[in-house]
Ligand binder design. Structure first.
Ligand code: NI
Length: 229
């Protein structure tokens, strides 16, 4: 399931990120790719161990923790330190079809996670570039994703995906992976749908409505059944 989360970063935050990133040195994106994905990867990244990437990454993480929709969809156990990339038309940047590595380790913190979900947080507005769609394949076909700056998409890290060539302008994004407390994608999707329905009921009936209280109990008990912490 693909889940979009709008307005994780404000436009003011996005502008500040872009200002900081514009003054940075960028390196070949193949530094963090696996052997297969490196073959089709042509982009640039901020060095994963640079101070600026760490600082901006922390700002992304605090924005995520303030997003109820992100938490509800991901049920995160561990989030990998966010990375930052850019695809420039001038350099024919793109990323061919691949599956992300199943396990990722961060040498700086020693954190090691199973990548259940991949995340792209868009930092360019769609009008700033042509091409650069994230294309994710699932059982229902191929899905093209290009969101407003500050919005993110969550997709299963197990899925084949690519970034189409950027043919005008520059596409800047943050990307990272996370391990969910609920490993099974179908179980996670059921919990997300239930939570979304409960939040709608709470709006209509209030938090102390007896059936809403029961459904909230079922929500927690499903997490208790499936969560690995
Ligand atoms: Ni990927």
């Amino acid at each position: 399931m693909l889940i979009c989360v709008p307005e994780v970063l404000s436009k003011a935050d996005v502008a500040d990120f872009r200002r900081v990133m514009d003054g940075c040195a960028w390196e070949d994106g193949r530094s963090t790719a696996g052997a297969q994905s490196a073959l089709g990867k042509r982009n640039e990244q901020l060095s994963a161990d640079s101070e600026v990437a760490r600082k901006l990454g922390h700002r992304v993480l605090s924005a995520l923790s303030a997003s109820p929709r992100f938490i509800s969809a991901a049920i995160p156990l561990q989030i990998f330190p966010p990375l930052f990339n850019r695809y420039a038309a001038a350099d024919d940047h793109h990323f061919g079809i691949h599956v992300d590595n199943a396990v990722r380790g961060d040498p700086l913190t020693g954190l090691r996670i199973r990548t259940d979900l991949s995340v792209t947080l868009f930092l360019s507005e769609p009008e700033e570039y042509d091409g650069g769609e994230l294309v994710v394949e699932d059982l229902y076909g191929s899905h093209e994703i290009k969101l407003s700056a500050g919005d993110l998409v969550l997709y299963p890290a197990s899925s084949l995906h690519l970034v189409t060539p950027v043919t005008r302008g520059t596409r800047v994004a943050s990307f990272f992976w996370l391990q969910s407390m609920v490993r099974d994608a179908h179980a996670r999707s059921l919990i997300f749908d239930l939570d979304t329905a409960i939040q709608a009921l709470v709006e209509r009936l209030g938090r102390d409505d007896p059936e809403t209280v029961k459904l909230t109990g079922i929500y927690h008990n499903l997490i208790r059944t499936w969560a690995e912490v």
